[in-house]
Write a protein that binds this ligand. Structure first.
Ligand code: SAM
Ligand code: SF4
Length: 454
């Protein structure tokens, strides 16, 4: 179907739930619909199209989607021309059931259907049909997507770039392989072209995204692996800073660890989800490493790149988790001293193996363990942040601070946020700051003229 590009006359409201992969997909949707005449709006009450990009990795995330959708019912009654679209993992998981449950919903778009959004939206606008579109494969170079060279985020200094979709690891608790499909890597040439285009449009920092970026390249014809990709980005693009997430500990190779020492534009931060500190839990999670192997990799990482920051995801309350298992997780946290940690209560998900496991941990125990773990980590994070006081750090100045107190904000290569008083002219520059105070989630600094001289 041919779609003509029109003047911007209609508005699109986008709400994203969940992870950075979803943020990236939402940017893609904005780009595609922008090219069809939709302007992004921050006002859902007047928007012509509302797009919800959803997450079903944890129960809580999914519940948020359901309650948000419920609240949209009255809008459809007041404005029948409004089109409400649900994309992402909940869409893929529930498909037609979502249409049945929410009668005001117009379109359910599976995780591999996003690039067809413009065509399908036009179809349902013409026919007034309600549809669930859940293709098995995504059209990689869809005519609606500008040469598949999606350049979302080109108006900011930091942009995500997806390098692979799906996951083949089948951790027993995880819904991702079922809703995002098998692992597929994007050709390196496409990725390099996208990064170069982003860099040319003013983006300074790229975040490479994938569920398990370490295994990038499997199934590609040109044999480019993740380490090769990093070297090619360093050598063949102008991007100033490069990050990536997420890495799987079992696939963290010595060659990848070396990149942190060898590639000057690769930021010194690794997100390495550990999930648990007990070997019996790790084995039942199908993670493919032991706690000792994890600790050994972190030790090598720190020997190779002493000022690297390490963060992780961890879960409490996996089926069968005993007090002793939980204490092993606390011990691992104490041994590693993560710079930052994302912690979750385990929840049963559709399709996943662990839903069938016996000895479910009750919700009170999960809550108690989570808060004990978070208290421990809060102390570690604050102590590590305080160690930064007095040091001189290079930051990329990203814009006004979130606190809206007139300060600017930037991040160190270790991914620590630094707020400081300074002129807006500094936005987009890499500057040195001296760290003068430390808080739980950020640092305070003052600009220095050059390294070592405040
Ligand atoms: N691919 C990454 C990895 O290997 O760790 C992360 C994927 S997942 C989208 C993000 C995090 O959600 C996981 O690291 C895990 O801690 C958490 N998670 C996944 N499934 C969960 C579940 N059923 N209950 C609670 N947390 C879960
Ligand atoms: Fe889920 Fe495991 Fe794949 Fe991460 S590696 S997306 S946790 S299955």
């Amino acid at each position: 179907m041919q779609i003509e590009v029109m003047q911007e006359s209609r508005s699109l409201y986008v709400k994203t739930f969940g992870c950075q992969m979803n943020e990236y997909d939402s940017l893609r949707v904005q780009r595609i619909l922008h090219s069809q005449g939709y302007a992004l709006s921050s006002d859902m009450t007047t928007a012509d199209v509302i797009f919800l990009n959803t997450c079903s990795v944890r129960e809580k995330a999914e519940q948020k989607v359901h309650s948000f959708l419920g609240r949209l019912r009255h809008m459809k009654v007041e404005r029948p021309g409004l089109k409400i679209i649900v994309g992402g993992c909940v869409a893929q998981q529930l498909g037609k059931q979502l249409l049945q449950r929410f009668e005001h919903l117009d379109l359910v778009l599976g995780t591999r259907g996003l690039s067809a959004i413009a065509e399908i939206l036009e179809t349902i606008q013409e026919t007034q049909e309600r549809l669930a579109y859940l293709p098995e494969e995504e059209a990689s170079r869809h005519p609606c997507e500008p040469q598949a060279l999606s350049v979302p985020g080109a108006d900011s200094l930091v942009a995500p770039v997806t390098i692979m979709q799906g996951c083949d690891n089948y951790c027993t608790y995880c819904i991702v392989p079922y809703v995002r499909g098998r692992e597929r890597s994007r050709p390196a040439e496409d990725i390099l072209r996208e990064i170069q285009a982003l860099s040319a449009s003013g983006v300074l920092e790229i975040l490479l995204l994938g569920q398990n970026v370490n295994s990038y390249g499997r199934g590609l014809n040109d044999q480019t692996g993740f380490v090769d990709l990093l070297h090619r980005i360093q050598g063949q693009t102008d991007i100033a800073r490069l990050r990536f997430t997420t890495s799987h500990p079992k696939d963290l190779t010595p060659e990848l660890i070396r990149c942190f020492a060898d590639l000057p534009r690769l930021c010194k931060h690794l997100h390495l989800p550990v999930q648990a500190g007990s070997d019996s839990i790790l084995s039942r999670m199908n993670r493919g490493y032991t706690a000792a192997e994890y600790l050994e990799k972190v030790a090598v990482l720190r020997q190779t790149c002493p000022d690297i920051a390490v963060s992780a995801d961890v879960m409490v309350g996996f089926p069968g988790e005993t007090e002793d298992d939980f204490h092993q997780t606390l011990q691992l946290l104490q041994a590693v001293e993560f710079d930052n940690l994302f912690s979750f209560r385990y929840s049963d998900r559709s399709y996943v193996k662990s839903s069938e496991f016996p000895d479910k941990v009750d919700s009170q125990t999960k809550a108690r363990r989570l808060s004990a773990l978070q208290r421990l980590q809060a102390g570690i994070t604050l102590r590590k942040n305080r160690l930064e006081i007095g040091s001189i750090r290079e930051i990329l100045v990203e814009g006004p601070s979130r606190a809206a107190n007139g300060q600017l904000t930037g991040r160190t290569t270790q991914n620590r946020t630094v707020n400081f008083d300074g002129s807006k002219r500094l936005i987009g520059q890499t500057i040195y700051v001296k760290i003068i105070s430390a808080f739980s989630h950020s640092l305070r600094g003052e600009p220095c003229h050059q390294q070592g001289s405040p």
